[in-house]
Every structure is written in C-alpha cells, then in structure tokens.
Design a binder for this molecule. Structure first.
Ligand SMILES: [Zn+2]
Length: 367
C-alpha cells in the first residue's frame, strides 16, 4: 500500500523548504495545502504569535465519530544550517550535499504521517479519529507543543515521530531537564592597588564547583556546566561570573533534589564570601516513563509485528514534544524515524526506514 516513490518525492520536496525554528511559514503553508487536499479539517493555532514565530502549529483532523482518537505528530522546524538543502540519493540513502543538515529530523516523521494519510484515503481504510499536529519551534525549547492545547482535542494516545534509531524503536522513557544561568556577583577592585577590597567571583564559583555534583551522577541523572563567562581585565578583581548549567534525570524527584542541593551549595559559598547569587535555573521540560505493559506500547508492538519489524522499548537522553504531551496527561510515545547523525552536516536517512515507518503507522491506524 505504501508508495515508495511518492513517499521519497514528498520527503525531498520538504527538505528543500527551509524551516529554521520560528521561521516555519513556508513549511506550514505546504502542509496546510496537503492536509486540505487529503480532506482533513485543517487549522493553525496561535503558537507562532505566542512564541514570536511566523507560523503556528499546523493541525489536521480526520474525523471518525465514536472511534478512538489518536494523535500523530512531528515537528516542522530544523536546526541550522538549513537555508539551501540539496538532497542527494546514493544507494537508497538520502543525505545532504554536505553543506547543510538534511532535515530528516523531523521531516522524515512528517513524510511518514503524510504517506499514512494518503494510504488511508486511497484504500478507503477504516480508521480511528486522527489528529495530526505539525509543531513549530521544537528545536529551541519545545515551544509549539508547550503552546498546543492538546487537552481540547480529547486524544487517547499520542504517537510522536521524532527519535533517531531504526523504526521499531519505541521511546517510553525520557528525562526531565533543568537549565539556566547561575550568576555570582562579587565586587570589583583594582587588582594591584587594593585587591583586598574586591570579591573575586571566579574564586567564589570555584569553591562552589568543587562541592556540587557534576557529570554522571547515577544511571539516570547527569549535570553539566557548559559555558563560563566572566571578567574584564587582568587588573580588575573579577566582579561577576555567569555559569550555564543544565541537569537531567529520568526521575523528576531526583532532578528536583539535585538542583535544590546545587543551589543551596552556591548560596552557602556566596554567603561565606559576601557575594550575591542569582539563579534562574528552571525545569525546562518534565520527564516521562511508561511501562511496557501499557496499551499504547502494545499498539505499536502489534503494528510492528504485523509488518515484520522487530520492536523494542528504550529510553532517550533528550527531550521532545513527547515529554510535553505526557505532562499534559496524554499518554504518548516517541517512535524512531531512522534519521541518523542528526544536527550535523553528515545527517542521512535510509529510504527503507521511511517506508518501514510508514508501514508501522498504517498498521497502527488499521488497529
Ligand atoms: Zn527532532
């Protein structure tokens, strides 16, 4: 039922449309047109306005009154460089010409959803109620899914197509993450004439950093200081320093404990030195964890079996729209698309994976 050439052509069309985060307009217009042609009820929400972008989330509904309601979602935006993507096909693998990313993250997911809808229409398949969401601003903080009012759609289960790995991989666990700046404000003084009048922010930070937990904390928890900025000149006692901090854990509780501990240590050391602490580290997205016995997992596993694809559940190290939909109470999993080396110029995707993913989706809707 899957038409490989049509699927590939659609994918190639889409990767050629530049759609960096908050600038998804052209992509959104392209998708609105396709969804309309396929007979879906189409709308665009205000996520663009709310988040300072030029395109909202694109939403399509395929009605089936009285039936289960399933969400299928992938994001429209890509990381840069994506201005002029020139896709190249070699040995059934699609990659860029090496000067840009490919954008299989997440246009591979979008292509599979569109192919699924085409197969439903063409074959007059019996189907559940289908809500399709193509989100904006995913790459810069899950902006579209955070703004999307999923609860007004009465969705039973969400299938998000946005994981690397081979189709058949089902992400059922992902960490919660906290991120932000920790700023220490000391006191400037002339480093040669009166250093005793200053408070060196770097010294304060160094004392705190030797006491906090950094790196791998346990099997499900990590933290990092990735960027440090401070200082003006060698003859000025460093007046302030900014530390870009992040922490992740598969356990929301462990993450909260970790960031509270970290903040307490910074506060205590600042007090000792007479420095001021500013902390804007916040939970960026909550984690989720679904057991293998959940109905949504079984639905995907059964679909994979029917098309002869091995399935396995796995946990992810990063966040996706899946985190947000689960936090809003809609049980959702993140399905692997086949995209490889994403966010690099070497990104590629195998055509077979696009086909396999589309087959899995068709089986999910056939139920
Ligand atoms: Zn993605």
């Amino acid at each position: 039922m899957i038409k490989k050439d049509r699927l590939v052509e659609n994918f190639l069309d889409m990767v050629k449309i530049s759609s960096p985060s908050k600038n998804e307009r052209a992509m959104g217009d392209y998708l609105l047109k396709i969804l309309k042609e396929l007979g879906l009820e189409v709308r665009e929400d205000n996520a663009g306005e709310v988040n300072g972008g030029n395109c909202g989330n694109i939403i399509g509904i395929l009605r089936a009154p009285g039936k289960k309601r399933l969400l299928f979602s992938a994001h429209m935006d890509t990381v840069v460089p994506c201005e002029k993507v020139v896709p190249v096909i070699e040995n059934d693998i699609i990659k860029s010409d090496g000067t840009s990313i490919l954008g299989g993250d997440d246009k591979g997911g979008i292509a599979a959803i569109i192919e699924m809808l085409r197969v439903i229409k063409e074959n007059n398949l019996d189907h559940p109620e289908i809500v399709v969401v193509f989100s904006m601003g995913e790459e810069i903080g899950l902006l579209g899914s955070k703004s999307f009012d999923i609860n007004s759609y009465g969705v039973d289960f969400g299938f998000i197509l946005d994981s690397s790995g081979k189709p058949g991989k089902i992400i059922t666990k992902a960490p919660s993450a906290a991120r932000g700046k920790i700023t220490i404000i000391g006191k400037p003084a002339h480093a040669g004439i009166s250093p005793e009048n200053g408070i060196n922010a770097l010294t304060v930070a160094a004392h705190a950093i030797t006491k906090i937990k950094l790196g791998r904390i346990d099997a499900e928890t990590t933290s990092n200081i990735g960027v440090v900025k401070g200082g003006q000149a060698t003859n000025i006692v460093m007046p302030s320093i900014e530390l870009d901090y992040e922490a992740r854990s598969l356990s929301n509780e462990k993450l909260n404990t970790l960031i509270n501990e970290t903040f307490d240590i910074f506060q205590k050391v600042c007090n000792e030195f007479g420095a001021i602490l500013e902390n804007n580290v916040k939970i960026e997205y909550p984690g989720f964890s679904l057991e293998d016995c959940e109905e949504i997992v079984k639905i995907v596993k059964t679909a994979c079996e029917k098309v002869g694809i091995k399935s396995e559940t796995a946990s992810s190290g990063g966040g996706s729209d899946t985190n947000i939909y689960n936090s809003k109470g809609v049980k959702s999993v993140n399905l692997a698309v086949g995209m490889t080396k994403v966010h690099t110029l070497e990104e590629y995707i195998e055509i077979k994976d696009l086909v396999d993913l589309s087959k899995i989706l068709v089986e999910i809707v056939k139920g």
